[in-house]
Design a binder for this molecule. Structure first.
Ligand code: ADP
Ligand code: ADP
Ligand code: ZN
Ligand code: ZN
Length: 840
């Protein structure tokens, strides 16, 4: 038990007092945390920061809130666990601004979650310039998502999706037998369609372009679905003969036209891969009616400051702010008609709201940008910026690493936004690793000393300076002696991968040279184009050139229209260097899966090894249970009710569905008889419930699983449970799992590793471990390229490519490229001054 003292000078009643917190790994924690202050929770990954900030404080606030709502509404939130804690006093209502776990859902956009879209519609409705004869329109009439507002031709989509002969038959010199109709299904189903055409008398061996127009059109566009007898392997003449002789056909086949097949697959297929494939044969043409503006003709005729609402929305927020204030100025001298007053009010409100977002470094975003295309950090800052205008006070905001995705130049603005929320009378609890932010905290709660069972204690709770004397703290070293890193001489590249003609988002005919055989960081303010360059262009063109398909990390129901967005597909040419690279491995923050069915154990392959161990036990052999019985993805041994998911999806009225524990197996995922099989006293479900650290101890004598488990521990993942559903992992954790899985594979040849902000969610201590990992990769002859903000890591690398100078249209250039010390000395680089601090 930790001792608690109320520091002198602070009234006891201005504290949140936690007694006996035991959530997850917390060890009966007692701690007093001040209200109305910026409080930062620190500690290594897995030490228990989130268990205290989110699992205890936020969960308790939520529980109390739910007690005040109707029993019906409360039922909807049943999945919120009640925290293990004796008492929490002085706790205000809490709002969590967490990073999205497992990807966001829904179709919200920047405009909708900031309420800016609503305000803009109101502005056009009340204060727009209407052409003569047009009645005043309601605000909804300016939304493409309402029947009233949507363009009648494209239903508000802005595009018309369709197929053409060229899109379905890319090479018309091929015959049908040689798969001229590329869009047809492959394998058996495709052969079936071909055999049907043989029965029908179509020449399947003649080049497509030589078939009669009528035949081609029918095959491509017909909606008829005739059923005909199929005699596999016979020619048309032989088929005729067989039918004449009333021979039994192989089967009866039903024909589907190529277009019908694609549209149906695109609209109805359960499989994301199938939908993606179908999409690749479609063309998206701009809607001829609205020209991509998505609104009906009347709405588009209304203007403000000379622009219609679609034209204005297409600008980044920073430009919208300028255009709005210019138009407001033009009103200044006019007398106060109702219309002018409405315009001034709405413009003032919008400008203030946009101002906050600009300040948080989000001015480059467009209102129609889909939330699912934002990084988790951008999303969280957007919500933070929106909260500043919610006029709430007396609330605790609990934030999860708000600095993630943020360049050091932008952290100042973040701190200001936080202090605005505080000044409005709120408390701020942040879980954070960024040393610049921790230094600015008014209060630190340091949890540790290490992860899991070796953590869970509050080592310190007080003003930052006092942490200096706490010997057990792993945070203290980094906070008070930042130059603790040894000097490192950059290694010389073994070659160069040169690209030019790069286009994507704000990159416009860019040329970049990436050094090979070394570790390169790509830096720049957020929105400068780092991910466009690294995660989008580099990965795409290298994968294409190597003939590799990009691991499209189970994008589930992600937007299948992605490749049809105005951003277009990433483009760039490789001029040289590719012959040295044998393989591309992309390690990003995309979830490793979107259902509770994929988890740490399945993803890393650990689960296969462990299932084999269970199949070798005496009882399993007696009962003839093979490894398949211990899989929750195979019918044999899994719980039939939830089909091994352990949870069931509960559909909620008006709200997104949630997963709740399966009522039959209570989340164990297995049939009771499978759970009777134990290895050293533990069932397969018990093993899945262990965290990596516990499992490493448990399997210490089994070489195969323990090697994999040790790699995961080295990656700072000791605190994750083996069965932890992919949906509960943060983006940073998902990325580290991918990294650890890669490191386990012994690979020959030169691999190019591409990472996206690998330090997200990592305490500086864990960053040190990560550096060792990356160094190992480089030492064994590979190349590592990472978009990164952590200057400690950047300074230790071999090469830096600094993007910028600003964000959005003010970025997209290479500002500096060279060794860390070269870039640190480059005038005009926003990164240089921050990097300089870590150059030794
Ligand atoms: P931090 O936020 O410091 O990275 P956490 O609070 O997330 O750490 O985790 C602390 C400990 O609690 C770890 O050992 C972790 O395995 C455990 N833990 C986290 N979430 C859960 C959960 N949902 N169920 C059981 N244990 C958990
Ligand atoms: P960084 O990685 O440096 O933060 P990005 O490459 O994500 O920057 O963004 C560069 C620019 O491209 C920004 O103006 C951003 O708004 C824009 N952008 C990024 N992704 C998309 C997208 N999916 N659709 C439209 N614009 C995008
Ligand atoms: Zn249209
Ligand atoms: Zn079940």
């Amino acid at each position: 038990m930790s001792k608690v003292q109320t520091p002198p000078g602070l009234a006891a009643d201005s504290f949140v007092r936690v007694r006996g917190a035991r959530e997850h790994n917390l060890r009966d924690v007692n701690v007093d945390i001040p209200r109305d202050k910026v409080v930062v929770f620190t500690g290594v990954s897995g030490s228990g920061k989130s268990s205290l900030a989110f699992g205890t404080l936020y969960a308790e606030a939520q529980r109390r809130y739910l007690e005040s709502v109707s029993p019906y509404a409360r039922r909807l939130f049943q999945q919120m666990p009640v925290p293990e804690v004796d008492s929490v006093d002085g706790l205000p209502p809490a709002i969590a601004l967490q990073q999205q776990r497992g990807g966001s859902s829904g179709r919200s956009s920047v405009g909708s979650i900031t309420t800016l879209s609503n305000l803009l519609r109101m502005l056009y409705s009340r204060a727009g310039t209407y052409p003569a004869g047009l009645e005043r329109l309601e605000a909804e009439a300016f939304s493409p998502n309402t029947p009233m507002g949507a363009c009648k031709t494209c239903h508000g989509l802005g595009r018309i999706l369709d197929v053409t002969e060229t899109s379905m038959v890319p090479d018309d010199s091929l015959s049908i037998r040689n798969r001229a109709v590329a869009s047809w299904p492959t394998a058996w189903q495709g052969q079936n369609l071909r055999d049907i055409l043989i029965t029908m008398g179509v020449d399947v061996d003649c080049p497509w372009r030589d078939l009669p127009r009528k035949t081609r059109d029918w095959i491509l566009y017909t909606d008829e679905t005739p059923a005909v007898p199929v005699y596999p392997g016979l020619t048309h003449e032989e088929v005729q003969e067989a039918i004449g002789q009333k021979k039994e056909p192989g089967y009866n086949g039903t024909f589907t036209g190529a277009r019908r097949y694609i549209l149906q697959t695109f609209a109805r297929s359960q499989s994301a891969t199938m939908r993606k494939r179908a999409e690749s044969f479609m063309t998206a043409a701009e809607c001829p009616e609205c020209h991509g503006q998505r609104l009906n003709a009347d709405a588009l005729r209304v203007t403000f400051g000379g622009l219609n609402i679609a034209q204005l929305t297409a600008f980044p927020l920073e430009e919208i702010a300028i255009k709005l204030s210019d138009s407001a100025k033009s009103y200044q001298n006019e007398s106060g008609s109702a219309k002018i007053i409405a315009a001034q009010r709405i413009v003032a409100d919008m400008s203030a709201r946009i101002g906050v977002l600009l300040h948080l470094g989000l001015g480059y975003l467009q209102m129609d940008r889909g939330v699912q295309t934002l990084s988790p950090g951008e999303y969280q800052r957007l919500r933070l910026g929106t909260q500043i205008y919610s006029n709430l006070f007396g609330v605790v905001y609990v934030l999860d690493e708000p600095s993630s995705g943020l360049h050091p130049a932008d952290t100042e603005a973040l701190l200001e936004a936080l202090s605005k929320l505080k000044a409005a009378g709120n408390s701020l609890f942040l879980v954070e690793h960024n040393l610049d932010i921790i230094r600015q905290a008014e209060w630190i709660v340091d949890v540790g000393p290490m992860a899991g069972e070796a953590g869970g204690e509050v080592l310190y709770s007080g003003p930052p300076d006092g942490l200096r004397n706490v010997a057990a703290s792993r945070t203290r070293t980094y906070l008070f002696s930042p130059q603790s890193l040894p000097h490192r001489t950059p290694q010389t590249p073994t070659g160069w991968l040169k690209l030019n003609g790069i286009y994507r988002n704000n990159l416009n005919d860019l040329s970049v040279s990436f050094p090979l055989g070394v570790f390169t960081s790509v830096t720049g303010v957020s929105g400068s184009g780092k991910s466009s360059l690294v995660s989008q262009v580099l990965t795409t063109v290298v994968a294409q050139a190597l003939g590799q398909s990009l691991p499209d990390t189970e994008d589930g129901d992600g937007d299948t229209l992605s490749s049809l967005t105005p951003a277009g597909s990433p483009r760039g040419r490789i001029i040289s260097g590719l012959n040295e690279v044998h393989r591309l491995v992309v390690i990003d923050q995309k979830p490793i899966g979107r259902t509770p069915r994929s988890n740490l154990a399945t993803y890393t392959g650990l689960f296969d090894t462990i299932r084999k161990i269970f199949a070798r036990t005496k009882l399993a052999r007696e009962r003839k249970y093979d490894a398949g019985w211990f899989s929750f993805n195979i019918a044999k041994g899994r719980c039939p009710h939830c089909e091994g998911a352990g949870s069931v999806m509960v559909e909620l009225l008006f709200l997104p569905g949630v997963y709740a524990p399966c009522p039959v197996c209570h989340g164990s995922r297995y049939k009771p008889e499978v759970l009777e099989v134990t290895y050293r006293g533990k069932s397969i479900a018990d093993v899945l419930a262990m965290n990596v650290e516990e499992a490493a101890a448990f399997f210490a004598d089994d070489p195969a699983p323990s090697a994999a488990l040790l790699t995961l521990m080295k990656g700072g993942l000791g605190h994750l449970r083996l069965g932890q559903p992919a949906t509960e992992l943060s983006g940073g954790e998902a990325q580290r799992i991918k990294l650890a899985t890669e490191l386990q594979k012994q690979r020959r040849g030169h691999t190019l590793y591409v990472l996206d902000e690998p330090t997200t969610g990592l305490h500086p201590l864990d960053v040190d471990r990560l550096m060792d990992h990356l160094q190992e990769l480089v030492d064994s002859g590979n190349t590592v390229i990472a978009a990164e903000h952590d200057m400690r890591l950047v300074a230790r690398g071999d090469w830096v490519i600094d993007m910028g100078p600003g964000a959005g249209s003010r970025g997209g250039h290479v500002v500096a490229a060279g060794t860390p010390s070269d870039v640190a000395a480059t005038a005009g680089s926003m990164t240089a001054p921050f990097l300089q601090k870590y150059i030794t």
